[in-house]
Write a protein that binds this ligand. Structure first.
Ligand SMILES: *Cc1c(COP(=O)(O)O)cnc(C)c1O
Length: 373
């Protein structure tokens, strides 16, 4: 038994399903979200007993009643965060407390129960104590953690769930850019909207992604890699790129400024975005959170005041944007190459995540292997 103040985890580890040599083979080229570790965490919530039945057990398929509410009405939320093999051989998770806090806020918006932050972190600790060998050690590789919860009531009636399931799974992931960081082109969508005021855009909610797929397909048809979301009312204010936040670099060298769209309630507040704002200030860059219009983006590229644009998120860290296109025209961002400020910020963040640079804010949460308590 493993305990916290609030909940006890039953621990039912399984013998390794995958022999070490085969695991090393899988870890050499993991891709993204394709392979999963030996175990998972599950937990239940109901209105009567609160959180209960917390358990570490073998990773296995679920058996769901076809009447499970989540399958019909999508009442569910998720998180995405990473564990990194450290320079000293240990494993550490990047900012699990910030992800736990966002998971609570997402849950509140979807009328789901709020999992205490310490229980969220405890679940990660327990899973990684057992599955730490699945954290890859190659540079740019990591162990992606996917906590999620869903309405597990069996009913077709629409109402906030009385019965909820939390699961945590882990998936080794390779480099987002196996052949080096590659700038992308973006399509500014005016036909579709990701999020509107009062909607669910601020929550990490699967429905936001389901609603984005057609717009992403349109971006590809327009010859672009990714879709950029604009505000719902005017389609003039820049919000996000796909499932990532956007940043604009004005100027160059020591006087460069990082400008990112303000969190208006329709943007997802990224932990990477937040981390880069702090690191940019540490490195001496000016930092602004404010509205950015499409016309400012376009004219700033034309007159050279905007020197770099990038998207940021847990999966890719930083993705440079080379080119923008909309129904009204197309323009390049500087010379279309990954810019020096973007790459410096990327390196600064990756160095902290890998434990090869100081971590003054305590962003890394170290994991101890099972048995070493
Ligand atoms: C998850 C997500 C992000 C990035 O958040 P991180 O915490 O940096 O990974 C940005 N936008 C959307 C829509 C997201 O779902």
């Amino acid at each position: 038994m493993s305990t916290t103040a609030s909940i006890r985890f039953r621990v039912s580890p399984v013998a390794a399903r995958v022999p070490p040599e085969q695991r090393d083979l899988l870890l050499a080229n993991p891709g993204f979200g394709r392979i999963f570790t030996e175990h998972m965490i599950s937990m239940r919530w109901d209105a009567k007993d609160g959180w209960h039945d917390a358990e570490l057990k073998a990773y296995a398929p679920l058996q769901l009643d076809p009447g499970t509410a989540f399958l019909h009405y999508a009442q569910g939320v998720f998180e995405g965060l990473k564990a990194f093999r450290q320079a000293d051989g240990g494993v550490a998770v990047f900012r699990p407390d910030a992800h736990a806090a966002r998971f609570r806020r997402s849950s509140r918006r979807l009328a789901l129960p709020e999992l205490p932050e310490e229980t969220f972190v405890e679940a990660i600790d327990l899973l990684l104590q057992h599955d730490h060998a699945w954290a890859p050690s190659a540079p740019e590789h990591s162990l992606y953690l996917r906590p999620f919860m869903y309405a597990s009531d069996v009913t077709l009636a629409v109402h906030p769930a009385d019965d909820v399931t939390f699961l945590l799974i882990a998936s080794p992931s390779g480099s987002y850019f196996p052949r080096g960081v590659k700038p992308v082109s973006v399509w500014l969508s005016e036909d579709y909207t990701r999020a509107a005021p009062g909607g669910t855009g601020e929550a990490k909610f699967g429905g936001n992604y389901a609603g984005s797929l057609l717009a992403q397909a349109q971006a590809v048809r327009e010859g672009c890699d990714s879709v950029v979301w604009l505000d719902a009312a005017e389609h003039e204010w820049v919000e996000e790129m796909g499932g990532m936040n956007l940043c604009f670099i004005f100027g160059a060298g020591s006087t460069a400024r990082l400008v990112t769209p303000a969190l208006t309630g329709t943007l997802l507040p990224g932990v990477t975005r937040d981390s880069l704002l702090l690191l940019a200030a540490d490195l001496g860059y000016g930092v602004e959170e404010r509205r950015v219009s499409v016309s400012e983006w376009r004219s700033g590229c034309a007159d050279g005041s905007i020197t770099e644009v990038f998207a940021c998120g847990t999966a890719a860290v930083i993705t440079p944007v080379a080119e923008a296109k909309s129904a009204h025209g197309a323009w390049k961002i500087a010379d279309g190459q990954a810019g020096p400020v973007s790459m410096r910020l990327r390196q600064a963040l990756v160095d902290i995540q890998r434990g090869s640079a100081p971590d003054p804010r305590g962003w890394l949460h170290p994991i101890r292997a099972a048995g070493s308590r």
